[in-house]
Design a protein around this ligand. Structure first.
Ligand code: FES
Length: 109
């Protein structure tokens, strides 16, 4: 398996409580600043593909703007039925005030 650590966004552009959409080699990724901790996960909802970066970030969860499926943004696990589905999550590092995301290929779910 191959992995890449990619600079994606200045930390200053992701204040606490906000989310942002980025792409890494065409892979859609949502970034969230959850009370000062930056997390990265797939932007694509497992239901019908809604953009999670456009959803609601509340207490470590993201709720899809289309039909309300909700995920734990640390584990990626769905918190509403069907429980147990998950979205991919990605390691994040902040270096020199720049957010970096590590993506492994091939992507596994
Ligand atoms: S597409 Fe996300 S809840 Fe339907």
């Amino acid at each position: 398996m191959e992995s890449e650590c990619i600079a994606v966004l200045p930390l200053a552009q992701l204040p606490p409580g906000t989310m942002a959409y980025v792409e890494v080699d065409g892979l859609p990724i949502a970034l969230a600043n959850d009370g000062g901790t930056v997390l990265a996960f797939s932007d694509v909802c497992r239901h019908e593909g809604g953009s999670l970066a456009s959803g609601a970030l509340i207490d470590g969860t993201v709720t899809c703007p289309w039909h309300g499926w909700t995920y734990d943004i640390r584990s990626g696990k769905s918190l509403v039925p069907p429980i147990g589905l998950r979205i991919p999550t990605y390691p994040v590092t902040v270096v020199d005030a720049m957010i970096h995301v590590t993506v492994s290929w091939p992507v596994t779910e």
